[in-house]
Design a protein around this ligand. Structure first.
Ligand SMILES: Cc1cc2nc3c(=O)[nH]c(=O)nc-3n(C[C@H](O)[C@H](O)[C@H](O)COP(=O)(O)O)c2cc1C
Length: 408
């Protein structure tokens, strides 16, 4: 094993935290929180990953307030879930694995039937693509008071998350969700101090970073997930991502996860491989939503064939410009790739689909020098997000009990 590959399996620091290796489970909304409550299935899912050897797992999409959820079956950070959340985190810690929480807010993108307001709030008035089938066709623009409220919610959620035992927080700045909507000229058409130049569009995201830092203190790791490009005309592009990363770096972020795409407009950039159009159509129960997927599908679900390390070139541009940790995500599935990432100065690797396909990846990769994940990047797992059992790999199935001895 080369020194670079070996580095992946050795302990590493992320601000005040030590991870036993450089593998981090990427946030993948688990769909195991019916009614917004962490379930035994969620515990089993993450403890299985912990048993497989990952250094840190990420609990996907932890909304910072009830109205920040995309639907009513997502976690939102409040005292009512302290007990099950603490128990979940404790059980992961017991397996020598750290836990990160992905802090999210849907902004003007929501189909949450429990929304307290009539419409979800984003930076500007517009269409709420996700809510159309629920009759929530539009989103409204936040007032200054709404913005202050949201920033405060991030602060309060961060305090709560630290108190229940999270080891790190990942602020979601990408994928077309609330903060990304402020960053993007496509969705932010404000004419006040929060709109216009990139500097202005970054004001809310930077205020959020500052408020989360204030809540957790200097030694607590805060990472941010960004979209390298939104992949839509008039949206954020690869050049913007470099400037955004520099601003987050200067703002005191500890690590940047370089993803891409938007769940709202162009998701396939994010998880390249099999097109999710047909699997999503098959899985959707709501006839109106089905019709919408059918109509919007060909435009929204573009084809991006799988390539190993598909974000490497653009992520490297950011590596050259920031001092903080760089956390690679996107099609890392072989030991050769892990080695290449370390050789190119990345500090951690986030893994999504490969760990759904084989939670034992870190252990297997350590044993087999020529390890290759068996994940086919078919993306059938994406369509299981609203499955009664939650997300799972439909090909290799069991992410609970099987210890794989042979990587295929
Ligand atoms: C089933 C599924 C659910 C996902 N949910 C989230 C999510 O909640 N938040 C997020 O930032 N990314 C989400 N993603 C994207 C992954 O975190 C990751 O960026 C993407 O899968 C690319 O990494 P990979 O090639 O290692 O899978 C999801 C991906 C999958 C497959």
């Amino acid at each position: 094993m080369s020194a670079y590959l070996e580095k992946c399996f050795q302990p590493a620091r992320l601000n005040g935290l030590t991870l036993k290796n450089r593998f981090i489970k990427a946030g993948t909304f688990e769909g195991m929180t019916a009614g917004g409550i962490p379930s035994p299935a969620l515990q089993q899912f993450h403890t299985r990953l912990a048993a497989g050897g990952v250094g840190m797992t990420t609990i996907g999409y932890c909304a910072v307030e009830a109205d920040g959820r995309l639907n009513e079956n997502m976690l939102y950070m409040h005292e009512g879930i302290r007990e099950p959340l603490t128990a979940l985190i404790d059980s992961i810690h017991a397996l020598d694995c750290k836990v990160s929480g992905q802090m999210g807010h849907g902004g003007g993108f929501s189909k949450n039937r429990e929304l307290q307001r009539k419409r979800p709030l984003g930076p500007s008035f517009g269409i709420n693509m996700l809510g159309v089938a629920q009759g929530m066709i539009f989103c409204d623009a936040m007032t200054d008071a709404d913005i202050r409220h949201m920033v405060q919610q991030y602060h309060d959620a961060a305090l709560f998350m630290k108190s229940v035992g999270f080891d790190a927080l990942e602020i979601h700045f990408g994928h077309g969700y609330g903060l990304c909507q402020f960053m993007s000229p496509k969705t932010n058409r404000r004419t006040d101090q929060y709109g216009g130049s990139l500097h202005n569009r970054m004001r809310v995201p930077l205020q959020v970073l500052e408020s989360v830092r204030k809540a957790v203190g200097d030694r607590f790791p805060i990472i941010g997930k960004i979209s390298l490009t939104e992949g839509v005309r008039g949206g954020l592009d690869y050049n913007d991502a470099v400037q955004i990363s520099e601003l987050l770096d200067k703002g005191g972020i500890d690590g940047i996860v370089t993803s891409g795409g938007t769940s709202t407009m162009n998701p396939m950039i994010m998880f390249r491989g099999g097109n999710i159009f047909r699997p999503l159509l098959r899985a959707e129960k709501n006839p109106l939503m089905k019709a919408m997927i059918l109509l919007a599908g060909p435009v929204m679900f573009k084809h991006y064939p799988y390539e190993e390390l598909y974000f490497l070139e653009q992520a490297l541009r950011i590596r050259e410009r920031v001092k903080c940790n760089m956390i690679y995500v996107g099609g890392a599935s072989t030991n050769a790739s892990f080695e290449r990432l370390m050789r190119n100065g990345f500090d951690f690797v986030q893994l999504g689909r490969t760990l759904l396909s084989d939670p034992d990846l870190p252990r297997q990769a350590l044993i087999h020098a020529d390890y290759q994940s068996r994940c086919l990047h078919c993306n059938e797992c994406v369509a299981t997000i609203e499955h009664p059992q939650g997300i799972h790999c439909t090909r290799f199935g069991d992410n609970k009990n099987i210890i794989h001895t042979q990587a295929v």
